[in-house]
Write a protein that binds this ligand. Sequence first.
Ligand code: BV8
Ligand code: ZN
Length: 254
Amino acid sequence: MTDLNEAAALLGRAKRVVVLTGAGISAESGVPTFRDALTGLWERFDAQALATPEAFRADPDLVWGWYEWRRSVVQRVRPNDGHRAVATIEARVPHCTVITQNVDDLHEQAGSAAPVHLHGSLFAPRCSVCAEPAPVTGPADEPAEGRRLRPPACVRCGAPVRPGVVWFGEALPAVGLQSAVQAAADCDLALTVGTSGLVHPAAELPLVAARLGAAVIQVNPQPTPLDPVCAVNLRGPAAEQLPALVEAAFAGGG
Ligand code: BV8
Ligand code: ZN
């Protein structure tokens, strides 16, 4: 039995599915993965150093400029066949929870009802002091790669507005994390797609599923630390592997 057929048999009979996605599922839409997001003028920075509260405090214009550039990239792209295949899985299995580490809105654009955003969103800026939600506005001047931009001031308290993402060293949203861990514990199949499995606690979710008896299928062109717990490793891009998996699992309209 080929890996694809084995994965299709698992998906075809799964009742409670968790899909965990990382930056890799948006790669084929043209959204740079987290590390690629530092190509060009950003490449002299280390993502882990830029995606922190300390970096924002030290240089708000640099960090806000990076996130506005990334938001402008996401607003120019479209979901790919990988995002659409995830929405098909949601429609075809009895229970499905989509959990994403991504801060883009491509799962929603592809039809996923309510993906859990473990690391927040580029589309939910808020005040860095009083947490007042701030409007998502098109930047006055188009953010260019490497351009610093002054963050807007909070309408309520005047403090700088920050991106609505979870930075390194910040706690994940408690409700989202709790529902993600519960879904991973309850599932009978976990799909981990396009994540390097390096960022915690998100990286633990497939391990929770496997420890509690679920089968894990991984979709990634590269090996990751999650390989050993996977029943099947589909080595390839999500926009090819996921549609092929969905086709093989539900072809009979089953
Ligand atoms: C916290 C939002 C505590 C911002 C992001 C335990 C062990 C070790 C470290 C830690 C630990 N616990 C905590 C830590 C520290 C830290 C951490 O994990 N550090 C690691 C990196 C060493 N974690 C934290 O700080 C977390 N917070 O634990 O808080 C706490 C508790 C209470 C009170 C206070 C504090 C917060 C982590 C969240 C950070 N924010 N994103 C932003 O986006 O700017 S994470 C960010 O990096 C992305 O969201 C992404 O998920 C992640 C990884 O980035 P990438 O590698 O680019 O993306 P991905 O992982 O998805 O990899 C791309 C993959 O796709 C690759 O494997 C590639 O092969 C594959 N691919 C490429 N093309 C394709 C493809 N796959 C399929 N198809 C393709 N076409
Ligand atoms: Zn405020």
